[in-house]
Design a binder for this molecule. Structure first.
Ligand code: SF4
Length: 342
């Protein structure tokens, strides 16, 4: 099998040029074709000599992967299914809003973190995605030219695949790459502290942390990661960083009926986040098969939001999108995996 060019950084492309005996500037030309233009084969790189294209074609391929399935929701959300290795699939969601088009990308195939409420977690860990496979989820969708924001909130825990995630952010933000502002990129984590610190050090993208409850015992039941990295330690680390300017930190809070929606939770959240400039995004829980968890009523979510705002924590309720197409991450690929294996 030929190696893919798509997903290589400029430095790696310079290595390819050197290996093939091509001038160094060829790397920049290839990067332009890969990340700024609308082609899908080496033969279309018309400013490269025929000989150069032949040499490249011998060992490398362009490397884009088309989606194997696309589902559209009545609300405009689209879900893309991309094939990876061994008949496995990853999901990408495209969420159009008034002023932005947000793509939600996957960073792993399945996930090993075992969060109770998550369908991807139930698949277990199947493998890591490469930077190329992450960026392909942006380049190979119908709306590739209209993407304004990227969130790493699809399948997998991005900080469990940090090197490839950082490389994908480099490709998305570098001048030789997609040249996007890092302020348009948000990476979501359940709070793996060492990787989070490396991410904060090496990237300028926004950080989102899945919080879901401020109490250790409740969080341990929902998210096994709490045992290794308790939420107060995660937040203590975050407080050492400057989020007062352009870079943002936000907290995702899935609302579970009768579990994390009480005034006691508001009080503890307020204590935990005091002194930190941040926002909380409340997310309605949409039941996934095999969990006892349920969603609270609309008025409970609204009250929770109002109480947090009154305490001075900027809190919003995330609109539910694409429920008719299994937008809850992991459902569609699980379905596909099952039918591929039957
Ligand atoms: Fe993995 Fe995220 Fe699902 Fe937890 S919520 S199991 S980290 S994909």
């Amino acid at each position: 099998m030929k190696e893919k060019l798509f997903g290589k950084t400029l430095t790696e492309l310079q290595g390819v040029a050197a290996e093939l005996g091509l001038p160094k500037f060829t790397a920049r030309q290839i990067a332009d074709w890969l990340y700024k233009k609308e082609i899908s084969s080496v033969d279309e790189m018309t400013n490269l000599s025929k000989k150069a294209r032949e040499l490249i074609n011998e060992k490398y391929e362009f490397g884009l992967t088309a989606p194997s399935k696309i589902q559209g929701s009545t609300d405009g959300t689209k879900k893309y299914l991309f094939p990876t290795f061994q008949q496995k699939f990853i999901e990408t969601a495209m969420i159009p809003e008034r002023e932005r088009n947000t793509v939600c990308v996957s960073s792993q195939v399945g996930c090993k973190m075992g969060c109770l409420f998550c369908m991807t977690g139930k698949q277990g860990f199947q493998g890591q995605l490469t930077a190329g496979e992450i960026v392909n989820q942006i380049k190979s969708i119908d709306e590739a030219n209209e993407v304004s924001n990227i969130v790493y909130m699809g399948m997998g825990e991005p900080f469990d695949n940090l090197d490839e995630v950082l490389k994908s952010i480099e490709i998305l933000t570098a001048g030789w790459g997609f040249a996007m502002s890092p302020r348009r990129i948000t990476v979501s984590t359940i709070g793996i502290i060492p990787a989070m610190l490396k991410f904060l050090e090496e990237s300028e993208a926004h950080l989102a942390v899945s919080l879901h409850t401020p109490f250790n015992n409740e969080r341990r039941n929902l998210m096994p990661v709490e045992v290794a990295y308790p939420i107060e330690e995660v937040i203590a680390e975050i407080k050492n960083w400057d989020f007062g300017r352009q870079r943002r930190v936000s907290f995702e809070y899935i609302m579970f009926g009768g579990l994390n929606d009480s005034p006691r939770h508001v009080k503890e959240l307020t204590r935990l986040l005091s002194g930190l400039k941040c926002r909380i995004n409340l997310i309605r829980f949409h039941p996934v098969p095999g969990t006892p968890l349920k969603s609270p009523g609309e008025e409970t979510i609204q009250r929770f939001k109002d109480e947090l705002n009154q305490k001075g924590i900027f809190t919003t309720i995330r609109a539910s999108r694409g429920q008719d197409i299994y937008a809850a991450c992991g459902l569609l690929s699980t379905k596909e995996l099952l039918s591929a294996n039957n």
